[in-house]
Design a binder for this molecule. Structure first.
Ligand code: ATP
Ligand code: MG
Ligand code: MG
Ligand code: MG
Length: 557
């Protein structure tokens, strides 16, 4: 096909049809009844009410058009920042064969969080919770030379984890959207440079979202590796606790801060550990295992402390073994393994429990008191040591230096200058995209509803004509404004026209406000004002200004 033919064909299909986004035709199933679930977070409630999401089954959600548009905006920002550092986008299967996962040992070590499935031939697979194995093995199978590196490959796709407690809607789902990047380098120094480069890109992403966030030192968990950082959105409803020093500025996830204090439990911000025990009859009880003031395990019933348990790490038997192997000296773990079940004291206090112990969960109790002194070398002398402060956060991003944890077992090698095969140095970098969207709703809301930052908002503007079924003049004017403003590229397909005349004007305003469209344009008749001047409300500040058509166009340009 040459250019002329293409042009003729396009002309044939040209119509004068201009699509208007009419509110009456949008699938925004607003929910007016209060849900019964008392554990719901405000953001989750708002996303339900504004028809962004619907629950399909435990931890599985339908992402409806408003939420989908917000996600796509987030993806655009992430894609831009990933391209800016040389990231190449691709996509991987979600059903992954057991073989590779056995090679790295994660088929077993992932525990019950890994969803395993069998095909009709009996072959075993897992639903991808993360994709290190397949990326690494892909590069192992291609001829990668030193001058092809660094290589940064990423995808944005669904991940699956059988979370022990899926909750808070998209914040902890069993299916969720993740951006995951994997980097490959020829040396430790290069890998460190790549890690820092990606970290900077993450700072740019979260800065662009205009949200209060922190980059904190973190534990690398089952993914492994040496250095790791989390990006946390600071909010009171976060599940994580961030410890930060008022003086040296160092901040870390409490899990990590505690691990650093392991040789000196008295310096640990965590004060005690608990176990929740369940017997075969399903009865549960909580016992205190260890406090940082005494190394001796003690068995007290501490039911009254239950509400104070702020971190709760569920541990099943497989995870327990992995943890024991990782840090055998931690008092909690030693005690659980050797003492609980045959401790005579325990039998005396909990006779029914000790005879038929089924499962246990370990939790840790943190004193909610702030002001432990910082133990970092940066905070030099005792007198000058900064005070530790606690904040709650939602983990929205996590980056890891993996070293050769995956490249060794999967043989992802390059030839060094002497022609010898050496494993590539790797890193991996995640952003929970669906969690991030929910966290943004949590961070950007007021008493009237969601307040979308304009860069993520599903629509930028909604036009509200003051019209009734009998009096439609303002609807006509609103339509004219709609067509005029839609020509501005930044507003094309970004405006909703509220055309429902069968509901009250007050309700139309209320709905526009709760769904969080950043700008609301009122088309009303006013005797005192010029006919062609319209009121524009900024949803974030509540400020109202008056503009004519041309001024409006310039405002959004
Ligand atoms: P968490 O501590 O909250 O369980 P994680 O440390 O297990 O998260 P990572 O393995 O670091 O998660 O995965 C990368 C990112 O994926 C996380 O930073 C988070 O934003 C997101 N994520 C992890 N689990 C979930 C989930 N169940 N639902 C939604 N997003 C998730
Ligand atoms: Mg997890
Ligand atoms: Mg975590
Ligand atoms: Mg993490």
């Amino acid at each position: 096909l040459n250019q002329t033919i293409i042009h003729q064909q396009l002309q044939q299909h040209q119509t004068s049809y201009v699509h208007r986004v009419l509110r009456s035709k949008l699938f925004i199933p607003m929910q007016r009844d209060q849900p019964l679930d008392k554990d719901m977070l405000k953001s989750q409630l708002l996303m339900q009410k504004t028809g962004m999401i619907r629950r399909a089954s435990l931890g599985m959600y339908m992402t409806l058009p408003l939420a989908h548009r917000a996600l796509e905006n987030l993806i655009k920002i992430i894609d831009q920042e990933m391209s800016n550092i040389g990231g190449q986008k691709l996509s991987m299967p979600k059903l992954l064969s057991k073989e590779l996962w056995e090679k790295t040992g994660r088929w077993e070590s992932s525990g019950d969080e890994l969803i395993k499935v069998k095909d009709r031939k009996g072959e075993e697979y897992c639903l991808a919770p993360t994709h290190e194995e397949i990326f690494t093995s892909m590069l192992a199978n291609e001829r990668i030379a030193t001058n092809n590196l660094p290589m940064k490959l990423y995808q944005i796709g669904d991940k699956y984890r059988d979370e022990i407690r899926p909750r808070f809607g998209l914040l902890r789902g069993r299916e969720f959207l993740m951006k995951d990047m994997y980097s490959f380098d020829k040396s430790v120094a290069d890998a460190e440079e790549t890690y820092n480069l990606v970290k900077t890109a993450y700072h740019r992403i979260f800065s662009r979202l205009g949200v209060n966030y922190a980059c904190v030192e973190a534990d690398s968990g089952n993914i492994g590796g040496s250095t790791s950082h989390e990006f946390q959105i600071i909010t009171d409803v976060g599940e994580d606790t961030i410890v930060s020093c008022s003086k040296c500025g160092h901040s870390a996830n409490l899990e990590k801060a505690d691990a650093e204090c392991e040789p000196h439990p008295e310096k640990s911000p965590i004060r005690a550990s608990f176990a929740m025990l369940k017997n075969s009859a399903g009865e549960t009880t909580i016992i205190q295992l260890w406090t940082s003031s005494s190394d001796q395990p003690n068995l007290h019933s501490t039911k009254s402390h239950f509400s104070n348990i702020v971190m709760f790490e569920p541990i099943d038997s497989k995870q327990k073994d992995a943890l024991l192997a990782k840090s055998p000296n931690t008092p909690i773990r030693v005690f659980i393994d050797q003492s609980i079940q045959n401790n005579s004291n325990f039998e005396k206090i909990y006779p029914s429990m000790s005879s038929s112990l089924q499962s246990f969960t370990v939790g840790r109790f943190r004193e909610v008191k702030e002001g432990d002194r910082c133990v970092r070398p940066e905070c030099t002398s005792d007198a000058e040591r900064g005070l530790m402060k606690f904040n709650r956060g939602i983990e929205v991003g996590h980056i890891f230096r993996l070293g050769t944890k995956y490249s060794v077992p999967l043989k992802a090698n390059i030839k060094n200058s002497e022609g010898v095969d050496v494993p590539m140095e790797m890193g991996c970098y995640g952003i929970g995209v669906s969690r991030l969207m929910a966290a943004l709703v949590e961070a950007h809301k007021d008493l009237d509803g969601i307040v979308w930052p304009i860069q993520v908002a599903p629509y930028k503007l909604i036009i509200l004509p003051y019209a009734t079924e009998l009096e439609t003049e303002n609807l006509r004017k609103a339509t004219e404004l709609y067509d005029y403003l839609s020509k501005e590229p930044s507003l094309t397909n970004q405006i909703i026209l509220e055309d429902r005349l069968d509901i009250t004007f007050a309700r139309r305003i209320k709905e526009a406000t709760i769904i969080g469209v950043p700008y609301i344009l009122f088309v009303t008749q006013s005797k005192t004002r010029d006919q062609d001047v319209y009121e524009l409300e900024d949803r974030t500040t509540g400020e109202k200004s008056f503009f004519n058509m041309v001024e409006l166009l310039y405002f959004f340009r």
